[in-house]
Ligand binder design. Sequence first.
Ligand code: F42
Length: 326
Amino acid sequence: MKYGIEFVPNEPVMKLAYYTKLAEDNGFSNVWITDHYNNRDVYSTLTVLALSTNRILLGTGVTNPYTRNVSITASSIASINELSGGRAVLGIGPGDKATFDAMGIAWEKPLTTVKEAVAALREFFAGKKVTTEGLVSFKGAKLAFKSGNIPIYLGAQGPKMLELAGEIADGVLINASHPKDFEVAVKQIEKGASKAGRSMDEIDVGAYASFSIDKNAEKAKNEAKIVVAFIVAGSPDAVLERHGIAKSDAENIASLIAKGDFGGLMGAVTDDMMDAFSVYGTPEDCMQRINELKEIGVTQLIAGSPIGPNKERSIKLIGKEIIAKQ
Ligand code: F42
C-alpha cells in the first residue's frame, strides 16, 4: 500500500508546503491538490510544493477538461514535471457540476470529454503535434518543450467512468472509504482493463478517503462529522442504499447544511454514516480499515479532509503508526 495525502488549497499555500514536507518526511509517496476556481490555484500550489520537497510525487487531484483548455493543462503539468525533476502526476476528472454552474460552464458529455482529453494529453506528452476533432479539438497544437512521460489518473465514481479508467488510465482516484464501494468500483475497473487487454498491476487504485486520525477516537470521529455530512448530502441514492442510509436522513442533513446549522449536523450524523463515508479513529482503527481496502485491491490510500483534529499531529501519527509499521 502506498500513502497519499490530499490538500484543498483553501488555506495559504505556504502552510500546505509545510504539511507536504512533513508528509514526505513521514513516508507519504504522493500529494494531491484539488482544483476548484474558488480556492488557490492548483498549479501555483504545486509549484511551491515542488520547490519545498525532494521526493514526493505532486498531483492535481483532480483537474478537469472544462475550465482549462487541454493544451494549457498539458503545458502547466509539464512545467511542474520539469521544475520538480519528474515528479508530476496528472489527476483529471469530469469536474464538479455545482462549481461549473456558478462559472456558467455547460457540462456536456463528461465521459466522452474526459476520454478525448486523455488521448490528447498523451499525444502532447509524447511531443506530438495534436490534431483532433471532437468535443476536444486541436488543429496542430504542440508543446515547445519536453514534458516527460506524465502518469494520468482519473477521478471517477460512476460505473462508466471507472470502466474508462481501467481502459486508459495509469491510476484512479475514487472518492470513497468503505470496502462495499470498492468491491463495486474494482469490478468496473477490471472490466475496463480486460476490455483493453491490460493487467490490474498497471493501474494504481486510489482510495480518496475522508480520513481522521487521533490517539483519542472520539476526537477523531468528531473532527470528521461535518465532512461526512457533506458527503451524505451529495451521495447518489444508490450509494445511500448500499450503506443502508435512509434518503430522508440524507435530506435532513442537506437541509441542516443549507441552514448552516452545524450544531444540528453534529447530532444528525450517525455512526452508520461515519462508517460508510470515512476512515476514522485511532491508528489501530484506521489500520484495520486500510487492511480491508487493501484486500479488495486498493493500492494507494489517500488521506483526505479532515486528516485529523490537528493536521501536523495526524500526519506524524500516520507516518509512525501506520506507514512505518507496514
Ligand atoms: N472535482 C473537481 O471539480 N475538483 C476536484 O478537485 C475534484 C477532486 C476529486 C478527487 C477524486 C474524485 O474521485 C473526484 C474528484 N472530483 C473533483 C469530482 C470529479 O470531477 C467528478 O465530479 C466525480 O468523480 C463524479 O464523476 P463520475 O465519475 O460519477 O462521472 C459522471 C460524469 C457520470 O455521470 N458518469 C457516468 C458513469 O456511469 O460513470 C457516465 C455518464 C455518461 O456516460 N455520459 C455520457 C458522456 O459521453 O459523457 C453522455 C450520456 C448522454 O446521454 O449524454
